[in-house]
Design a protein around this ligand. Structure first.
Ligand code: ATP
Ligand code: MG
Length: 394
């Protein structure tokens, strides 16, 4: 009997046509999350099996891989002979304390001579006979004994850990995430990855208005997000000159509108340069002046790329709940200013018009400034590593 991890991938099975691509991507993502560990992985009809001497560590890493529905720590027998299963189940149960139980059998090998229900009954009988003072409870058992019968092997397990579900990162292609140091955009990135989108991130850096720490914060957030995708490439755009021109030329109430139109323009171009398909950001309807529907229309007007806003319809508290769950919250609330908070006027316009925005921004030569900003953009590749330090490749 060999101890191993069994992986179930739920939602995937509904995507019949793409199944091969999904499975290959999932396997690659699992391999990338287990880099550096000693393990073997095997695929067989609807399951993946992982063998390793460090199963607990493997299990922890797998909790970050999208596309995994359930993770089971279990045992493999190199036979599906019913007597061997009986004997091994009894041996395993001797170390467990429980009063009630239930056997659940799945038969992947449909040619197997005994039906699932009957296997459960046979094993139930064996367990009742072999262990004292226990009984069967099909509704609410203290212990569930799972048996899976395959062509030449069988599996026994008791615990199923929930995976994070979703689709494997990469099956939907790539997007560029506008990542500020705030609470919303990391959550937006997480939710986009959950749908199978590979994320690269862009941050608009405005030193000296924004500090070195603000940039470090965005790097830390990228690193936390990279747990779900193996790595994240962060594009750091020098935005100071554009900010200066905006401040010098644009009426206060339109500062934010124009600043965000510039960010969108740059994001779209960078996105195309990395073969991305869409932009993702953390805008949430009504949260601030630049996120009223009218503002969104005026800001969105400068790009033709779809903008996905995963948190658009969530309440702040709902976003915070996710941020806490994915571990970005503590970093996001560190008190470093971002470029938006510094330039927010007392009364930003909540009903801007495209005509006025266009008129104001044509007061300076933004096209050349945008080209310069893109030319001087730096890319940092961030991945999680055990020491908690950054792997930086510029
Ligand atoms: P967040 O909490 O994500 O910062 P917010 O509520 O503070 O969002 P805004 O500051 O208006 O809202 O920003 C809206 C969205 O624009 C952010 O979620 C992010 O996607 C993007 N964004 C804002 N500032 C930057 C920046 N400096 N670099 C990259 N993206 C940014
Ligand atoms: Mg912000």
């Amino acid at each position: 009997m060999k101890k191993l991890i069994i992986i179930k991938y739920g939602e995937l099975s509904t995507k019949k046509k793409n199944i091969k691509f999904f499975i290959t991507t999932l396997k690659e993502n699992i391999e990338s999350s287990l880099k550096g560990l000693d393990y073997n992985i095997k695929y067989d009809f609807g399951r993946m099996f992982i063998y390793s001497n460090e199963l607990e560590t493997v299990l922890e890493k797998l909790k970050y891989v999208f596309g995994i529905h359930e993770i089971m720590l279990g045992y493999e027998l190199d036979t599906n002979d019913i007597d061997s299963i009986k004997e091994n189940v009894l041996n395993l149960l001797k170390n467990k304390t429980f009063k009630t139980f239930k056997v659940i059998t799945k038969r992947q090998n449909k040619k197997y001579p005994i039906k699932s229900m009957e296997i459960s009954n046979i094993l139930g009988g064996t367990i009742l006979k072999g262990i004292k003072d226990i009984k069967v409870d099909v509704k609410n058992p203290e212990l569930k004994v799972y048996i899976e019968i395959r062509n030449e092997t069988s599996y026994i397990y008791f615990d199923a850990h929930s995976g994070i579900k979703g689709y494997p990162v990469g099956v939907q292609g790539k997007a560029l995430l506008m990542l500020s140091g705030g609470i919303d955009s990391p959550v937006a990135g997480y939710l986009a990855m959950k749908r199978g989108i590979r994320i690269e991130a862009v941050y608009f850096d405005s030193p000296p208005y924004t500090s070195r720490e603000a940039l470090e914060k965005v790097k830390t957030l990228s690193k936390i997000l990279s747990r779900y995708s193996g790595y994240i490439k962060l594009h750091v755009v020098p935005f100071t000159e554009i900010q200066n021109q905006i401040r010098g030329n644009i009426p206060a109430e339109y500062l934010v509108t124009i600043m965000r139109r510039m960010m969108y323009r740059i994001t779209e171009r960078l996105m195309k340069s990395i073969n991305g398909k869409v932009i993702v950001n953390g805008e949430s309807i009504g949260q601030v002046a630049s996120q009223t529907l009218t503002s969104m229309v005026v800001i969105n007007d400068v790009v033709s790329t779809p903008v996905i806003r995963p948190v658009a319809c969530l309440d702040k508290l709902e976003i915070i709940d996710i941020a806490k769950k994915i571990d970005t919250y503590e970093t996001s609330i560190l008190p470093y200013e971002d470029c938006c908070t510094i330039f927010v006027p007392t009364h930003p316009v909540i009903n801007p018009s495209i005509e006025k925005a266009t008129l104001y921004e044509n007061r300076f030569d933004y096209e050349n400034l945008i080209k310069d900003a893109i030319k001087n953009t730096k890319i940092i590749k961030l991945s999680p590593n055990d020491k908690g330090e950054f792997d930086e490749l510029i």
